[in-house]
Design a protein around this ligand. Structure first.
Ligand code: HEM
Length: 165
């Protein structure tokens, strides 16, 4: 089979966004809720299902190519609602200039923001055959995470399964 054309049905994106942020929200009496297709893994990371027709595929080097959308939303609230972070439907986009994660920043999903930049050159294969890609906050990503982290702050690595196991 031509691996460039591997269908993406059953793909998942597992991404905790930022472990210290999750720990902070939940440790300060706040809540993290998921829905619309996202769930939480045992370690607290978020698992997003692939959107129909997602166009990510593995190239001959085993690196992702193209652009794929995943489904689900994450809502974080703490400090009586002063901390209110929402992100939904992450997209992984690989282009000539690099790779990035975009998210919708509101329930209406009428705007997408680039949240993270990915280091595909440093991607590795994980224990379950998934692709593990280091991520850092993009220059606009601070808007999403409550205006607290500087651009290039390390985020959790993405774990991408492009084929059902
Ligand atoms: C009553 C108001 C607040 C108090 C008392 C407070 C207190 C703190 C403290 C003590 C830390 C350091 C935690 C640590 O290093 O373990 C921290 C970190 C942080 N705070 Fe707040 N904070 C407040 C409001 C907010 C709000 C409104 C936001 C966002 C809009 C926010 C976002 C953050 C973030 C993102 C961190 C960094 C977490 C990390 O990655 O370690 N905080 N805050």
């Amino acid at each position: 089979m031509d691996s460039d054309r591997t269908p993406n049905e059953g793909a998942t994106l597992t991404w905790g966004v930022k472990q210290s942020f999750r720990a902070y929200v939940e440790g300060s009496g706040g809540v993290i809720e998921v829905g619309e297709g996202a769930r939480r893994a045992a370690d607290g990371e978020f698992v997003f299902a692939s959107a129909p027709g997602a166009g990510l595929r593995l190239n001959a080097d085993g690196k992702p190519e193209g652009a794929g959308r995943f489904l689900g939303e994450v809502r974080c609230q703490a400090h009586g609602g002063m901390l209110d972070v929402f992100l939904a439907d992450p997209g992984v986009e690989v282009g000539p200039a690099g790779a990035a994660v975009t998210v919708a920043d509101s329930r209406t999903r009428d705007r997408r923001v680039e949240l993270a930049l990915l280091d595909l050159a440093a991607a590795k294969v994980g224990d379950e055959g998934e692709i593990v890609i280091p991520a850092k906050l993009s220059k606009d990503g601070w808007r999403i995470l409550g205006d607290h982290y500087l651009p290039s702050t390390p985020l959790d690595p993405l774990r991408l399964k492009l084929r059902p196991s």
